[in-house]
Ligand binder design. Structure first.
Ligand code: HEC
Length: 109
């Protein structure tokens, strides 16, 4: 590598890091792993529904605030809050259910 390429390499690295950071930053929105799918099963949610819920959370809910820490909310509280938030995020009933089940699964990870 020639030394005058260094700034370009550094910038590329920083840009990649920024994107990687973006993807991993919301620690309250863990990826859909085998462990999450197991807890999701208890909520009658399959991998597809959990992925949909996570994606909606990361695209629609964060228009107003960071993803909530599901572990801090009781299932009842989550259900009640989601009833309000789903309409704020203009979710369809199916989307509402997917986000709720994803958060319930995360909660019991
Ligand atoms: C249009 C803006 C908006 C959208 C979209 C939105 N929220 Fe909220 N959310 C708020 C505001 C404002 C609060 C602060 C409490 C309040 O006003 O009810 C809040 C609070 C919360 C809380 C904390 C409630 C508590 O009492 O602990 C949770 C959990 C939450 N939102 C989840 C979500 C989820 C999940 C979504 C996506 C389905 C979502 N929000 C979408 C505006 C929004």
């Amino acid at each position: 590598m020639r030394s005058r390429d260094l700034p370009g390499v550094l910038i590329t690295g920083l840009v990649l890091l920024a994107f990687a950071g973006c993807e991993s930053a919301p620690s309250n929105a863990p990826p859909v792993t085998a462990a999450l799918i197991r807890t999701g099963t208890r909520e009658n949610a399959d991998a597809r529904m959990l992925s949909r819920g996570r994606s909606l959370l990361l695209h629609r809910c964060i228009q107003c605030h960071a993803p909530p820490d599901a572990a801090k909310l009781s299932p009842e509280r989550l259900r009640n809050v989601l009833a309000t938030m789903a309409s704020r995020a203009h979710l369809s009933p199916e989307e509402h259910e997917a986000v709720l089940k994803y958060l319930l699964a995360v909660r019991s990870l």
